[in-house]
Design a protein around this ligand. Structure first.
Ligand SMILES: Cc1ncc(COP(=O)(O)O)c(C=O)c1O
Length: 427
């Protein structure tokens, strides 16, 4: 079998950087990416036959672990009936019904093929429904790679953001205001200045693209009030948190703390496709009816609602709606974070961690960061050494300190114990 290094060299000849999504290239941590050949349950194997306990789960979708028998069977059956029709199917209705049943803020959904597409379409919908141009996003939140969202903060609130990617003209991000996560004063000031022109505020309610940072409850409460008062739509990007931190997503977590809390538009991906290319955005019937073919907001997709992907998503949702599923997943995830933090404490290394449902994060720091700047100020060199220390010992964490981790229902107490033992040795 070819080595990881041989495959990486070959890949770099024909694929830019050798990967089809940048973080897979291990640029943040250094070293050779592992080329995966197969996966089962909580594990995957690389081309050299090395087994890893998998804590990325395809960056979130694999909440049941790999190769769950019921999901596999559903996918095989669907594939035998046809890969794609470009005409409607009953399974799309079933998946829409299954999503709506768990998320009270959503009355209708549109299925798409990636989180990027869903977030981009949600913004177009918000702009179309309000007739307003501007949006607020938060530094450190990632909503996919649509042009208007590849933006970092300008020098002050009066200035708009700067593109973070070449190929995005400044004019394209001129309506995007970028604020610090959890910064109430900035939020108030931004609404005071732009409130009447704001179509929406898009937020990762529990941010998984700056490791794991929660929106403070007081901040979320005020954000909701400000959006309502100014007629701006609150868009929850639950691509990562949806059906992952709880069955009702992060919005159900905030609704427990803030009575009656609901976002206006929700964006889903990852878990709802169970590992297949599938995502969705949804809202109230009134707002969703702005979309083509009923309304003036155009949105479409050749593979949207793909029959194999919807079979995979539906079979996954069927498993995760079993009673007790999230309690067990959350307990397992908490035990992992407690184990890692305990191992660090015993080694005299500062570490803090947090989790919700099957999503977790940890930082080499004394206290949990509240925003992107604080995340990036944590000890990167130590994270990178720790990452490689665990990788050598058969544990695969996300290869960058600003990424969240994921536990699946297939991870056992023994897997967690083996991970913590590896962490002790590495620390
Ligand atoms: C919160 C969030 N939104 C959107 C996206 C984009 O999704 P995709 O990679 O499917 O385009 C991601 C991807 O990781 C994400 O984490």
């Amino acid at each position: 079998m070819p080595s990881n290094q041989q495959l990486f060299e070959r890949a770099q000849r024909v694929i830019p950087g050798g990967v089809n999504s940048p973080v897979r290239a291990f640029r943040a941590v250094g070293g050779t990416p592992r080329f995966i050949t197969r996966a089962q349950g909580a594990y995957f194997w690389d081309s050299e036959g090395q087994r890893y306990i998998d804590y990325i789960g395809s960056w979130g979708p694999m909440i049941l672990g790999h190769g769950h028998p019921a999901v596999l069977e559903a996918v095989q059956r669907a594939a035998a009936d046809g890969f794609s029709f470009g005409a409607p199917t009953e399974r799309e209705i079933e998946l829409a019904e299954a999503i709506i049943a768990q998320v009270p803020s959503v009355e209708q959904v549109r299925l798409v093929s990636s989180g990027t597409e869903a977030a981009m379409s949600a913004i177009r919908l918000a702009r179309g429904a309000t007739g307003r141009p501007k949006l607020i996003k938060f530094e450190g939140c990632y909503h996919g790679h649509a042009d208007a969202l590849l933006v970092k903060a300008g020098s002050g609130l009066a200035t708009f953001g700067h593109p973070t990617s070449a190929g995005v003209p400044p004019e394209v991000v001129q309506h995007t205001v970028v604020l610090e996560y959890n910064n109430l004063a900035q939020l108030e000031a931004a609404f005071a200045e732009h409130g009447r022109e704001l179509a929406c505020v898009m937020i990762e309610p529990i941010a998984g693209n700056m490791n794991f940072v929660r929106t403070d409850v007081g901040f979320m409460r005020r954000l909701r009030e400000l959006c309502t008062a100014h007629g701006a739509l609150l868009v929850f990007d639950e691509v990562m948190t949806g059906f992952r931190v709880a069955l009702g997503g992060a919005q159900s977590v905030y609704a427990r703390a803030i009575p009656g809390f609901k976002p206006d538009i929700s964006v889903f991906g990852k878990v709802i496709g169970g590992g297949m290319p599938l995502a969705a955005f949804g809202s109230t019937r009134d707002i969703m009816q702005q979309l083509a073919p009923l309304g003036p907001v155009y949105q479409a997709g050749t593979l949207s609602g793909n029959p194999v992907a919807t079979a995979c998503g539906l079979a996954t949702l069927r498993e995760i709606t079993q009673p007790g599923f999230y309690d067990a997943l959350a307990a397992r995830t908490r035990s992992l974070v407690e184990g890692l933090v305990g191992a660090a404490r015993d080694a005299g290394v500062p570490m803090v961690g947090d989790s919700e449902g099957g999503m977790f994060g940890f930082f080499f720091a004394d206290r949990l960061p509240q925003h992107y700047g604080a995340v990036m100020a944590t000890d990167k060199e130590r994270f990178n050494r720790f990452f490689h220390g665990l990788l050598e010992r058969g544990v695969y964490l996300a290869p960058a300190l600003y990424e969240a981790g994921f536990v699946s229902a297939a991870h056992t107490a023994d897997d967690v114990a083996a991970t913590v033992a590896a962490a002790r040795a590495a620390l």
